[in-house]
Ligand binder design. Structure first.
Ligand SMILES: [Fe+2]
Length: 301
């Protein structure tokens, strides 16, 4: 199994940081703060200083997947293993490492152009500032050892991107979904991958006819009620729903998909399973959802 423990953070490049700040605090139920230079936004979901960094820029897309490694020795061994496979891995300079609020940081780029960072020592928020959200009624977000959540990468070359995750990063295949005619004339083939601590998938790879590198990102709640309350906040706040409530057959996540200020979706879910590698069998599913996840019907004028 990979040295990678979990997906620790994601960085998103976005045009409108004010919109993201409002979205994160009023809809998602996260805590937010601007960095001192005003050029990025830290979105907090738990005891860590952040789980998402929103960086000022034009792309409106996922820019970095930040992979957590438990120990400095494991990080050294992991970087050496990548270099032995011919991957160009860079040690981050002080400015980049300090911006990520981690102790050690390396990075490389995958065949699809997405940047992957590998770190140890994510900084915790001060103990005097425990995570509490006025909008989250339950026990908060399902993060901790499982990491921030997951993302689905919309890859131009699926085969080489999946090979990178599996053979270079050492992630394991959870399962596949091959959904024919997901949209008229459009088949979806998705490959799901998990890291050491076993969130069903920390990354997935698909090929969709959309321009962004990311199809969606996901955060998980510990209470189903919090997912429903999030749906209410979207409706009340005029946030577009891309897929209504539904359940996926593979990770058994009950969720819906809201539109972020960058145009791609945020899946807001509950109940995703954890994989134990020793008794896991890779399956192939024929549909993306057991039920639901329908696209909303426009209201009549
Ligand atoms: Fe998802």
């Amino acid at each position: 199994m990979s040295a990678i423990s979990n997906l620790g953070y994601m960085c998103i490049v976005a045009r409108d940081l004010d919109a993201w700040q409002s979205f994160a605090t009023r809809i998602v139920g996260a805590l937010c703060r601007r960095t001192a230079d005003g050029q990025s936004l830290l979105i907090r979901l738990d005891e860590l200083e952040y789980r998402f960094q929103i960086l000022q820029g034009d792309e409106d897309d996922l820019a970095v997947a930040g992979w957590a490694i438990d120990t400095s020795q494991e990080l050294d061994d992991f970087v050496a293993s990548l270099r032995a496979k011919g991957i160009e891995v860079h040690e981050a300079d002080d400015a980049r490492r300090d911006a990520r609020l981690v102790e050690r940081l390396f990075w490389c780029t995958d065949p699809d152009g997405l940047c992957h960072e590998f770190f140890t020592g994510a900084r915790q928020a001060p103990l005097s500032q425990p995570f509490t959200s006025p909008l989250i009624s339950g026990e908060g977000f399902e993060t901790g050892r499982l990491g921030v959540g997951h993302y689905v990468q919309n890859a131009r070359d699926v085969a080489s991107t999946v090979a990178f995750y599996e053979q270079v990063l050492g992630l394991k295949i959870s399962d596949y979904i091959r959904h024919e005619d997901f949209l008229p004339g459009q088949n979806v083939e998705a490959t799901f991958l998990y890291a050491r601590t076993g969130r069903h998938h920390s990354a997935a790879v698909v090929a969709m006819p959309t321009p962004k590198r990311v199809h969606h990102i996901m955060v998980q709640l510990k209470s189903l009620d919090d997912v429903g309350l999030g749906l209410d906040r979207c409706t009340d706040g005029g946030i577009a729903i891309q897929h209504g409530i539904g359940r996926h057959p593979n990770d058994q996540m009950t969720s819906f998909y809201m539109t972020t200020p960058s145009g791609f979706a945020l899946e807001y879910g509950w109940g995703g399973i954890v994989i134990h590698e020793d008794d896991w069998e890779i399956k192939t599913y024929s549909q993306l959802s057991d039920w639901g996840h329908r696209m909303p019907v426009p209201l009549l004028p």
